[in-house]
Design a protein around this ligand. Structure first.
Ligand SMILES: C[S@@+](CC[C@H](N)C(=O)[O-])C[C@H]1O[C@@H](n2cnc3c(N)ncnc32)[C@H](O)[C@@H]1O
Length: 431
C-alpha cells in the first residue's frame, strides 16, 4: 500500500528532503504522485512512523486505505450531486480507514482533513469534511460505537486539522484522523500514522541557551538541509559557519559526529553550550561534538584534509534589508560576498572525503524589478571539482507518476523566509 506525506510550505524542498533521507538509508521507494500539498510514495515494506521525528518538511504521514476517482469527489461536492456524495461516503466507510476507530474502547473523537491543490475543491473543503464526518459518525453508531466529530472552525480557509490538534486530541493513537488527499485523477483515503511535533522544534529554537535572532536558522530548515546532505548516524558532519550551532544540533540528533567552526569566539562558546544542552535534553549519552574557532580560509588546517563526510553551511547572506533592493544594490551585495563563498568552496572540497557532500546556502535576492540576483558559483564548483547533485531523477518516479519533468532540471532549491528580504538558495554538491 501507499504512504502519503503532507508537506510543509515549501513542497519541493519537502520532497527533496524525503528522497535524500530515504536514499541515505537505502530505504527503497517510488514516488507515485506529487502535488503542492501531498505526495504518495510506495515502499516495499511498511515505513516506521517515527521517521517523522527526523524530518523537517513533513507535517503528517498517513497510510492509504483506499482510493476513489477524483471526478466522483468533484461531481459530489462541486456539482452537489447526491448519488456521487453517497458513493464517496460509501467508499470511505467500506475502506479500512475506520478499522482502528471501530476497535476504540471509549467514546471516540475523530477528525477529517482534506488536502487538495485544486482551488475549487478547496472552497468546498468544509462541506466535504462535514458530509464525510457525519457519514462516519452514522456508520460507527450503526456498529454500536458512540463518537464525536472534530471539524475545523468556519473561519479557517483549509478544512484541515493542524498537527497540534491531532497531537493534543490523540488522533494518531486512535487511528482517528481520516485524510482525503485529492489528486488530479485519484483521491486517497488514508489514516494518519504520524504527525510532526512542532513543540520539539520550537523547544530547540527558543529554549536553547544561546540564540541569535537575525542570523539564526529555523531548526526545521536546518534539519531539512542535514537530510539533504545524506547525513546518517555513521557520518561526520561539519558546519564551518556554525553560528549558535542550529545545523549541528539537528545533525547530532540524527546520531552524527559533528564538528563546528566559526570565526567568532562568542559563537564557538554559544554553539558548544547549545550542543551540550541538546545532548542533555535528548539523553544523547554518546553525543560526539566539537566546536573550534577559526577562519574558513584555513579550514583544512583546523579540521584536517578529507576528514568529513557531510558539510552543511550557511555563510553570510548579506545585510538585513528593510526594503526590497534595486538590481544594482543586490548585485553589489553579491559581489562583496563572492570572495568568501569562492574561498569556502575551495576549502570545503579539501576537507570532504571522496563522495562527501556539501549543502551550501547562497543568497537569493529578489529585486524591485522582480528579478532574482544570485551567487554565480557554477564555474567555481566545476573548477574545484564538485559535481552538482540533481535530487530528482527519473528512476525515483513510478510510471503512473504525473509529469515530473518540471522537477528534474532544478539544480538548486529556493527557500524564502517572510521575515527577510534575502532568501536562501540551497545547493547540493558532491566531491
Ligand atoms: C549566517 S550565520 C550562520 C548561522 C547559523 N546557521 C545558525 O543558525 O546560527 C554565519 C556565521 O558565519 C560566521 N563567519 C562569517 N565569516 C566567517 C569566516 N570567514 N570564517 C568562519 N566563520 C565565519 C559568522 O560569525 C556567523 O556566525
Amino acid at each position: 500500500m501507499q504512504t502519503l506525506f503532507i508537506s510543509g510550505k515549501n513542497w519541493t524542498l519537502s520532497l527533496a528532503e524525503l528522497t535524500e533521507y530515504f536514499k541515505a538509508r537505502a530505504i527503497e521507494f517510488k514516488i507515485d504522485y506529487f502535488s503542492t500539498e501531498f505526495f504518495a510514495l510506495t515502499f516495499p515494506t511498511p515505513l516506521n512512523p517515527s521517521v517523522i521525528d527526523d524530518l523537517g518538511g513533513t507535517i503528517k504521514i498517513a497510510e492509504a486505505k483506499g482510493t476513489l476517482p477524483s471526478e466522483t469527489v468533484k461531481e459530489a461536492f462541486l456539482n452537489k450531486n447526491k448519488p456521487a456524495q453517497k458513493q464517496v461516503a460509501q467508499t470511505i466507510i467500506q475502506s479500512a480507514a475506520l478499522e482502528g476507530m471501530k476497535k476504540a474502547s471509549d467514546k471516540l473523537l475523530f477528525g477529517i482533513s482534506v488536502y487538495t491543490s485544486d482551488n475549487n475543491l478547496k472552497t468546498v473543503g468544509g462541506r466535504i469534511q462535514r458530509y464525510v464526518g457525519s457519514a462516519i459518525k452514522d456508520e460507527l453508531a450503526a456498529q454500536g460505537k458512540k463518537s464525536s466529530f472534530m471539524g475545523t472552525s468556519q473561519d479557517r480557509s483549509e478544512a484541515q486539522l493542524s498537527h497540534v490538534e491531532v497531537l493534543k486530541k490523540k488522533l494518531v493513537e486512535n487511528q482517528a484522523e481520516v485524510l482525503l488527499c485529492i489528486g488530479k485523477t485519484q483521491t486517497w483515503i488514508a489514516n494518519t500514522i504520524a504527525v510532526h511535533n512542532p513543540f520539539e522544534f520550537q523547544k530547540r529554537d527558543i529554549y536553547k541557551p544561546n540564540q541569535r535572532a537575525i542570523f539564526g536558522m529555523p531548526p526545521r530548515l536546518a534539519r531539512m538541509m542535514v537530510n539533504l546532505s545524506g547525513c546518517t548516524s555513521q557520518k561526520t558532519l561539519l558546519d564551518s559557519f556554525c553560528g549558535v550551532g542550529t545545523i549541528l544540533q539537528e545533525a547530532l540528533l540524527e546520531g552524527a559526529m559533528v564538528v563546528g567552526v566559526d570565526v567568532n569566539s562568542w559563537c564557538v562558546k554559544a554553539a558548544t553550550e547549545n550542543l551540550e544542552w541538546v545532548a542533555r535534553e535528548y539523553n544523547l549519552s554518546e553525543a560526539d561534538f566539537r566546536v573550534v574557532q577559526g577562519d574558513v580560509s584555513r579550514l583544512a588546517e583546523k579540521v584536517g584534509l578529507e576528514s568529513v563526510d557531510c558539510m552543511v553551511s550557511e555563510p553570510d547572506l548579506g545585510p538585513a534589508l528593510r526594503e526590497v533592493p534595486t538590481g544594482p544594490y543586490a548585485q553589489k551585495i553579491i559581489t562583496k560576498l563572492e570572495p568568501l563563498f569562492f574561498g569556502f568552496i575551495e576549502e570545503a572540497y579539501r576537507v570532504l572525503r571522496f563522495k562527501g557532500r556539501l549543502v551550501l546556502v547562497t543568497p537569493y535576492i529578489r529585486t524591485r524589478s522582480h528579478e532574482a540576483v544570485t551567487m554565480p558559483i557554477e564555474d567555481k564548483i566545476k573548477e574545484v571539482g564538485f559535481k552538482r547533485i540533481y535530487v530528482f531523477s527519473d528512476d525515483l518516479f513510478s510510471e503512473e507518476a504525473p509529469n515530473h519533468g518540471k522537477l528534474m532540471g532544478s539544480g538548486s532549491l529556493v527557500e524564502m523566509d517572510e521575515r527577510h528580504k534575502i532568501g536562501r538558495e540551497i545547493h547540493i554538491l558532491q566531491k
